[in-house]
Design a protein. Structure first.
Lengths: 139, 270
């Protein structure tokens, strides 16, 4: 259980090599965090898929040898992930792509930031549980 | 076992018949005086006689990710072993003796073959518990349960549930070529690769055709006609020459020039 003295919010940060082999680490961590935030099993499964999509998008744009910086912001019943990398010349996000469709379907909020030097995908997911049930549990 | 004992009495006549047939076949099978052929056919008849028992056992393991037919097949191996080893003098029912062997064989299959990646036994059992209580809780709560609720139901920590969830991802690593369960016309299911689309071959042509269209419209009538005759009516240059009333050399020059123009304006468009 995460017990934090800073009130109802915690931040978790993970830095990995921008390499597909590490995507599983990101997925596992995300699932672990969501489990502690009282997401349901279905939510966690959705989150797992969403994170895979995020990783696929960001890895595609990452410069060779770049790092993947993943920042989680945890609130009761909500998880936000900001996944960014250094990308000299990132492609413009393709909002018609299959991956993006998947992402917007699974998340409550998703956005892409593509600018010279940086590429970031941000998602937010809320637990499908009634907030009243979550209140007080978990963090 | 309890299931077998508690069958309603309506079935007891059928059970008695099975029991008698079982005794008769075992007598032949164990008879040293019988020929090999007789004993073989008795053994086979015994296996067939008790196949419903295997199906009954296999049914308990349905919905755990392995095809029912495979479980029956594996369970049948347990049944054959039981037939070979059963001691009629012990005075126990054959089904009582065979059931644990059949179930053991099916469980062993799950343990050894079912997992794509070797996962410690403890996690394998945890995964079974998780999937069982997930199903129960989904029923009773009317929604997907949280890992905490599952942990409370099983009596372990949320950490262990997370660990168990990770291990369950190792259970079903299927080849991309693996067929699905639906039977195609040829009997085999469709593989995932079959379902993945590729760009239609003609797709690029559509774009080119659409780009060329306005350019064709702007050609002088004679050039347009030559193109039409050459590429749509498939006429040779000499035939075209005869049709239009110019020399073949001239047709050749006109064609080359027209095609060059088209290509140049297509590229200029890009």
């Amino acid at each position: 259980m995460i017990t934090s003295g800073v009130g109802a919010r915690s931040d978790v940060e993970l830095r990995l090599p921008a390499d597909g082999a590490y995507a599983a680490v990101l997925r596992t961590l995300t699932a672990g965090l969501a489990a502690r935030l009282d997401f349901t099993m279905d939510d966690i499964e959705d989150l797992r898929i969403a994170v895979s999509e995020v990783a696929a998008m960001v890895l595609d744009e990452a410069d060779a040898g770049a790092d993947l910086v993943c920042r989680f912001r945890l609130e009761p019943g909500e998880l936000r992930l900001d996944c960014s990398t250094t990308a000299a010349d990132p492609a413009r996000p393709d909002y018609d792509s299959f991956g993006w469709q998947v992402l917007t379907t699974l998340t409550t909020d998703a956005s892409v930031e593509a600018a010279p030097g940086t590429y970031a995908v941000r998602i937010a997911l809320r637990s499908s549980l009634d907030p009243a049930v979550i209140d007080g549990a978990g963090l | 076992m309890t299931e077998v004992d508690s069958r309603d009495s309506g079935r007891s006549a059928a059970l008695d018949a099975t029991r008698r047939e079982n005794a008769r076949l075992f007598a032949v099978f164990r008879d040293d005086g019988a020929s090999d052929a007789e004993r073989d056919s008795a053994r086979e008849a015994l296996v067939h006689l008790h196949l419903p028992l295997v199906e009954h056992c296999a049914r308990r393991f349905r919905n755990r990710g392995e095809p029912f037919e495979d479980l029956v097949q594996v369970g049948t191996i347990g049944l054959i072993k039981s037939v070979d080893r059963f001691d009629t003098d012990r005075g126990v029912e054959f089904s009582t003796y065979a059931t644990p062997t059949i179930i053991g064989e099916i469980k062993r299959y799950f343990r050894d073959k079912g997992w794509a990646i070797r996962v410690p036994r403890r996690l394998q059992e945890l995964r079974m518990q998780i999937s069982a209580s997930t199903a129960e809780l989904t029923q009773s709560l009317g929604r997907s349960p949280t890992p905490r609720e599952i942990a409370e139901a099983i009596g372990c920590s949320v950490e262990e549930i997370v660990e168990g969830l990770e291990s369950s991802n190792a259970y079903a690593t299927l080849s991309l070529d693996a067929g699905d369960d639906s039977d195609g016309a040829d009997g085999g299911g469709q593989s995932m690769l079959d379902a993945i689309g590729i760009d239609d071959e003609g797709l690029e042509q559509v774009e080119i055709r659409e780009s060329v269209k306005p350019l064709l419209e702007s050609l002088p009538p004679r050039e347009k006609r030559i193109l039409l005759l050459r590429f749509f009516k498939n006429m040779t240059q000499s035939q075209i020459a005869a049709e239009i009333g110019v020399s073949q050399m001239h047709v050749s020059r006109l064609l080359t020039r027209t095609l060059e123009q088209l290509r140049a304006s297509l590229e200029a468009d890009d």
